[in-house]
Design a protein around this ligand. Sequence first.
Ligand code: FES
Length: 292
Amino acid sequence: MPLDEDKYPVESDRRRFVKGVVGGASLAGIATAGAAAVNSATAPSGEGGGTTTFRAVENTDGPAPRGMPQIPIELEPIDGEDDFYIKGVWPEVSTETQQGREVTVAKEEIGGVEYSSEWYQYCGVQTYAGVYPNAQKENSDLTNYFRYTKSSKYEWQNNDVSGGEKMKLSHFDDYKTWGNGVGTDGIGKPANGTWRSEGLDPAETMPVEVIRSERIEEAAKESEWLKASTSKGVMAHLNKCTHFCCVPGFKQEGSAKFAAADAIYCQCHQSVYDPFNIVEKSFVALPRPAKE
Ligand code: FES
């Protein structure tokens, strides 16, 4: 499928530039196969990256060029409790050869979709320790549990749970009635969290938003992907606006003016995302800086 149309000319120029480099490198490869000069011209500056097709919460308004990447979730039963921890699924780690180099990748097929760590490689996240495929091997503190942020846009979270605590399914039990005075009550209960960020510099925190909604439960009946990537109406996405990387929010203060009271709204430049419409998109994932 074609790449997303960027709405900002500067972004389009960058994309044309990327395409030009790729095209030029292929031609050079044909003309002088195997030459060392070609290798240095085509070697990426880091690991992974490139055109990536992913699943996104749809961008419906504002300057954002595309939706934010969904994070497949799983529910882990808690010993001795009738409850579950909510975790983000990290794809399987393996090694493959890319342009003559061994590169560690994290990718697997889920619900008929190729899911990869490259989905999250934009807005600087490509440099975060947690996005490296085998990060957990190097840093045993890192886990796939979603943990609550210390301060949240949602009062329920500030009152009922603590920062750093693991998200549990039971915290969302009132999802069919919950409201915060913005938009319609009962369409979904959100929480702000972090993922794969334990023990890292706060600047490397991966922000996530988790929403439990009947609409997700319904949609999952019709979609192999949603059946595999959500559970009991719980879904998650990386909460970095694809415009200039702000952290948006579902049912956020100030969103009603932009017809986004029941959507995800980015207060920086009024981009709007629909968490109940998951779409397939493509973008050019940025490479991770190479490790020594
Ligand atoms: S709309 Fe600009 S950063 Fe979100």
